[in-house]
Each structure stands twice: as structure tokens, then as C-alpha cells.
Design a protein around this ligand. Structure first.
Ligand code: GLC
Length: 565
């Protein structure tokens, strides 16, 4: 650190110095599931037994990793008979509901509808296939050895990406993937037509930045699960990846490697004060870049992108691990920040005014644990917790192993706040009163402790479970799944729950929300067979070391590319 006070990099519990850990290695290491070998502080006897089962399961990963076939043995009603443990009775119901949500195009399954809620008078756009919503469905089908629909989905969305996209007189970037699409059936002519929404019909007209990232992540999951790399290697998919990358790697006036975003451009698709550099997008951006790197061909067109990705990943991981990370020590440092520092030696790089730290965060921050905060930009730190961004940071290894452990510690320490009676709070805490008026624009759907504003979303269970398995804490996932199991079927699979503890079915929550169903199934299947984790997780890459130390963060680090080329 050479006299430079680098926020956030030193104190993650009592773990060793992170100075050597934040260098991202980008060699093509096989990204298998990480073996949860090291015993963590919170592991009890039960979890250790589970871990040894997990290790055995992972040891036989290669034999499991055979294309096709029913691998889960614990998922569909048909396969439950083979399960040596007693499956939870709601699994069969969940599969039935999931299959009911399948959407067909010319007789082929191409995705799942967002919600199959006949009781709701207002369908809005919940009758569409959302790209982000389809991800847990796709994982469930992949884990169950049914990849066809996933392939159809990837190809259809690729085709939609190729459309000319206009909003009023403005033409959107070529690479933009739709937020959602639907199939119009004409019973008279017997034709099917696709209609896509790139943000022009969405509330607030915001284009989904996350769609393209999810598409890349899903393409890798498909490749990993089936062992079939021909789809990813096809010229169409290679072009699709490059078009998405062109959008997010383009140069602008930015001084940060993070991606500048409009409010509402992710799962949180309404105004919620996440404009700027939201963690939800930065973590997905990082993961998509790493996934793209494993799939891009090193041909004349791909090579340039590979080089750009490597540079960006390097800068992005440094930036996120340093400036977005918050733990007790870091909070204390910010609290004591001086302001108005000028020059490269500034400690308070973004001129954050300590008075802007909200009161709640001082109580919320445990001595053990930490997390990536919501947003960092000039004089603005959004200290809120965002579940998706933190889980994806763990899965993509954007978080160092120490940071990953600290996030899990935080979840344990703040269980009541972040999980309560229904996993998992999408954001914490809720914003209220005057702040709610200003930040949400008086959005009646996003009142305090509801929907995106501190609501609890069962879909996040699969991300939490994956993060738990990766960090060797399956007992946390088990606890969360038990909570969900007690209510989800009884409540007809709501989209979200409201209240500080998540006790109430959300004010305007749809029932039979597909990703609530699929998220639960994926969580169950992953716990049962941890080798599935490899589909959605990337190992930390250690082979590439930066040539200079990070104390010189204001210079442009040189990167040794020969290691990856
Ligand atoms: C809501 C959610 C969004 C989701 C969509 C369909 O708009 O905010 O994340 O994709 O519903 O379920």
C-alpha cells in the first residue's frame, strides 16, 4: 500500500492481507466448482458432513458431467423414485407449475412466461418471456438434462437482437438484447409471430442492461452443462457476443472502469436511485466478461475483444474490490475521511462527505462481515445492500475469497434483516418518507418494505444457494430453503413478499411467478448435487499478475497478455 490508504482492502475479518489477492488471473483455468475444503468459522458438525458429501460429489464431477441424461435424480416427479432421501412434496408441484409456464413458438418450447396468474385481472407484461426471468428456468431444465428449450431460447433472442430497434426517432445500439418477448398466435392463419420489447414499452422506457449479460452467462451455462460447444462457437453466437461487448466496452468520457447506467436498467426496473454504477450491473458485467472470455474464438474478429476484456476485467476488479467494499474498518475510515483533497494522493478519492453516511449503516455493520455497497460515484456512496450484486460477485469471483466469506458472515450476522421470514431482501434497508418521495418519484409500488424497496424475493434463493455452496456454507442455504418451503406453495409462489421480515405476500405480487418456482427448484437441485455449481460459477483466476502494484492506481497498468493469448 506504500503509504496510500486504499479503502476497503485490508480488513476482512481476521484474514490475511489482501494485497496479493486482488490480482485477477485470467488464464484459462478450467472453472469447475470450487471445493469447499477450508473449514469456515460458522461451519457446524452438520455442515461438515454435508461438505464431505459435496466433496465426494465434486470428485465424481467428470462422470456426472456427461452430455444429456437426467442428472439430478431429485427433481422431476418422474425421477423422485430414485432419490434415496425423501424429497419435499412441493418439488413435484413446482415442476408441474414450471412446465405449465412454457411458451411455444411454432411448436417448439422457447422460454417460460413471467407469471401464470389467472386470478390477476391485470396481466401487464407478465405474459411475456423475460430474459432475466428465464435464467433460473433455464438452469432448472439444464440441471434436469433438458437443454433443448434453452438452446431455442438462446437462438431466438439472438435473432431478436438482430432487429433494428427504434424508440421514437432514436435507434438503439445493435447489441441490445430484449428485456422480454412474446409469441402472438394467430389461430386463423395458424401462424406464430414474435414481438419483443427493448425497453420502449417498459415502465420508464429503460433498456435492460442486464439482458445481454444474462444471455452470455446462460450461453456459458448451456455449454458447460451439455458439453456442446458448437452453439457458442457458431458464427451467429460469436457475433452476438461481440455485439454485446461492443456496447459495454465502448470508450466514453469515463474515468471509472465500471459501467454507467440509467435507473431501472436491471432486475430493479423502476426508479429506485440505482442510477450511476449499480452493483447489480457491475457484478453481472464482470461475470459476463469472464464468461465471454471462455467462449470467444481467438480469430481475427475475436482476438481484439479478448484483449479488451482482459484489460477491463483487470481494472474493474481492482475498482470494485477497492472502492465498493465496505466492512467495519472501512466504514470507520470513511467516517473519519477528510474532504476536498486534491491530487493523486487523495485518500478520499470520490470526495465522499462523511455526513452523508446514513445512520442505519453504523448499526447494521457487524464487526465480522462486509459487502459490496450499492453504488460509488463522486461524493455519493449508496450504502444499501443489494442481494443479486453480492451473490453474483461471489459466483464470478469478483469478490476475493476473503470478501466472499465476509459476505456470508454478514448474511449470518444480519439474518433477521436480510432473510427474516422469507429469503431474500432484494435491497436493504427500505427508503421511506421524504427520501422515498425524492428517490422513487413517489412510486406507490415501491413504498417502504415492498417490491424493490426492501421487499423479499424468493427467486434470489438460487443465487444465495449457489453462493453458499461456493463458499462452503451449505447450512445457510438449507436454513433459507426451509423458510421458503414453509410458505411458497401454500402462498401460490408469489413474486415477492413485503414487510421488514418478509411476512406478507407482496401488495401487488403476482402468484405463480415462474422465477420464484424455478429459483426454488434450482436451489434444491444445487444443494443435492453441488457439481451443478460449475454452470454458474467461475473460479478465481490466479495465473495473471499485474506488472505493477496497485498503489499506483492512477496510472494505466500494463497487462501481460501473452498469458492468455
Ligand atoms: C418486474 C420485475 C423484473 C421482472 C419482471 C417480470 O418488472 O421488477 O425484475 O423481470 O417483473 O417478472
Amino acid at each position: 500500500m506504500n503509504g496510500f490508504k486504499e479503502p476497503g482492502m485490508r480488513n476482512v475479518g481476521s484474514y490475511s492481507s489482501m494485497a496479493d489477492d486482488d490480482d485477477l488471473d485470467l488464464s484459462r483455468l478450467p472453472d469447475r466448482p470450487k471445493l469447499p475444503i477450508e473449514r469456515q468459522r460458522s461451519c457446524d458438525e452438520r455442515s461438515m458432513t454435508e461438505l464431505s458429501i459435496n466433496v465426494r460429489a465434486l470428485e465424481s464431477f467428470d462422470s456426472l458431467y456427461s452430455p444429456g441424461g437426467m442428472r439430478s435424480g431429485f427433481s422431476t416427479p418422474a425421477s423422485t423414485a430414485r432419490n434415496p432421501f425423501e424429497p419435499h412434496p412441493i418439488i413435484a408441484e413446482a415442476w408441474e407449475a414450471l412446465r405449465r409456464s412454457i411458451v411455444y413458438f411454432k411448436g417448439e418450447p422457447i422460454g417460460t412466461i413471467a407469471a401464470y396468474d389467472h386470478a390477476s385481472e391485470e396481466v401487464l407484461n407478465y405474459d411475456q418471456v423475460f430474459v432475466r426471468d428465464f435464467v433460473p428456468s433455464a438452469l432448472a431444465f439444464l440441471m434436469n438434462g433438458e437443454p433443448e428449450m434453452v438452446k431455442n431460447f438462446l437462438l431466438k433472442t439472438l435473432y431478436l437482437q438482430g432487429w433494428e430497434k427504434r424508440i421514437d426517432r432514436f435507434k438503439l445500439g445493435e447489441g441490445v438484447m430484449p428485456a422480454s418477448f412474446k409469441v402472438l398466435h394467430d389461430p386463423v392463419r395458424k401462424t406464430d409471430t414474435l414481438v419483443a420489447d427493448f425497453g420502449e414499452s417498459a415502465i420508464g422506457r429503460v433498456a435492460p442492461v442486464d439482458s445481454g449479460f444474462w444471455w452470455i452467462i446462460l450461453l456459458r451455462a448451456y455449454t458447460k452443462s451439455t458439453g456442446d460447444s458448437s452453439l457458442a462457437e457458431s458464427p451467429e453466437c460469436q457475433k452476438g457476443i461481440r455485439l454485446i461487448l461492443t456496447l459495454c466496452l465502448s470508450e466514453g468520457f469515463d474515468t471509472f472502469p465500471t459501467l454507467l447506467c440509467a435507473d431501472g436498467c436491471s432486475m430493479i426496473d423502476r426508479r429506485m436511485g440505482i442510477y450511476g454504477y449499480p452493483i447489480e450491473i457491475q457484478a453481472l458485467f464482470f461475470m459476463a466478461l469472464r464468461c465471454a472470455l471462455t467462449m470467444l474464438k481467438h480469430d481475427s474478429e475475436g482476438k481484439e475483444f479478448v484483449e479488451r476484456i482482459v484489460k477491463r476485467l483487470h481494472a474493474l476488479s481492482y475498482h470494485m474490490r477497492t472502492y465498493f467494499w465496505l466492512d467495519f474498518q472501512q466504514l470507520n475510515d470513511i467516517y473519519r475521511y477528510k474532504t476536498e483533497e486534491y491530487s493523486h494522493t487523495a485518500v478520499n478519492k470520490f470526495n465522499v462527505i462523511p455526513d452523508s453516511i446514513p445512520d442505519w449503516v453504523f448499526d447494521f455493520m457487524p464487526t465480522r462481515g462486509g459487502y459490496f455497497i450499492g453504488n460509488v460515484s463522486p461524493a455519493r456512496m449508496d450504502f444499501r445492500w443489494f442481494a443479486l450484486g453480492n451473490c453474483v460477485a461471489i459466483l464470478s469471483s469478483l469478490a476475493t475469497p476473503e470478501q466472499s466469506m465476509a459476505v456470508m458472515d454478514l448474511i449470518e450476522e444480519r439474518w433477521e434483516e436480510l432473510v427474516g421470514e422469507m429469503p431474500l431482501k432484494v435491497t436493504y434497508p427500505a427508503i421511506e418518507s421524504h427520501e422515498w418521495r425524492i428517490v422513487t418519484g413517489c412510486d406507490p409500488k415501491n413504498t417502504r418494505w415492498s417490491y424493490h424497496n426492501g421487499g423479499s424475493w424468493p427467486v434470489l434463493l438460487w443465487l444465495l444457494t449457489a453462493a453458499c455452496i461456493k463458499t462452503g456454507r451449505p447450512q445457510i442455504a438449507r436454513r433459507a430453503i426451509e423458510l421458503a418451503e414453509n410458505r411458497l406453495l401454500k402462498d401460490s409462489w408469489p413474486e415477492y413478499y413485503d414487510g421488514k421480515l418478509g411476512r406478507y405476500i407482496g401488495k401487488q405480487a403476482r402468484k405463480f411467478q415462474t422465477w420464484s418456482i424455478a429459483g426454488y427448484l434450482v436451489a434444491k437441485m444445487m444443494l443435492e448435487d453441488p457439481s451443478h455449481l460449475g454452470m454458474v460459477s467461475l473460479e478465481e483466476d490466479k495465473a495473471m499478475k499485474p506488472l505493477i502494484k496497485r498503489s499506483a492506481s492512477w496510472t494505466c497498468p500494463e497487462i501481460s497478455l501473452d498469458l492468455i493469448l
